[in-house]
Design a protein around this ligand. Structure first.
Ligand code: IDP
Ligand code: MG
Length: 140
């Protein structure tokens, strides 16, 4: 196992319900270190580019509207095997299918308003981290 970094977003449904501390507590109690974090309002362009892989999906337009509907918290999380470990802690995309104890089972409102984003591969983690953070903003 090697220490990895993954990219995380606390989505607008989480900031709206004042859940940023509760979700961060789940990260920290599960051994993640939050090595970078900032609260931002995404522009439409940023949200469109971030989710460009889903451009052809029927939910793309609504997803972009949702992601710019309020502030988000962008983060870098560090842990051994962080990418897969965070996918496991987040739970399934649809909270109806998410396991007990996962963030999405605990907090998500719907398949769209599912509280958190987490990178799905080490390669995408590096791309997503670089999209939002400069090297000097990440303090391990
Ligand atoms: P993930 O966040 O678990 O990796 P993806 O399939 O990459 O899931 O989808 C990105 C985001 O798009 C989801 O987290 C969710 O907010 C939204 N989304 C995914 N599938 C649907 C859907 O069928 N309807 C509405 N929104 C969706
Ligand atoms: Mg995804």
């Amino acid at each position: 196992m090697t220490v990895q970094r993954t990219f995380s977003i606390l989505k607008p449904d989480a900031t709206e319900r004042n859940l940023t501390g509760a979700i961060n507590a789940m990260f920290e109690s599960n051994g993640f270190r939050i090595v970078a974090q900032k609260r931002v309002q995404l522009s439409r362009h940023q949200a469109e580019q971030f989710y460009i892989v889903h451009k052809e999906r029927p939910f793309y337009g609504e997803l972009v509207d949702y992601m710019i509907s309020g502030p988000v918290v962008v983060q870098v999380l560090e842990k051994e095997n962080a990418v897969q470990a965070n996918r496991d802690l987040m739970g399934a995309t649809n909270p109806a299918n998410a396991a007990e104890g996962t963030i999405r089972k605990t907090f998500a409102e719907s398949i769209e308003r599912n509280s958190v984003h987490g990178s799905d591969s080490v390669e995408n983690a590096a791309i997503e981290i670089a999209y939002f953070f400069s090297g000097s903003e990440i303090v391990g």
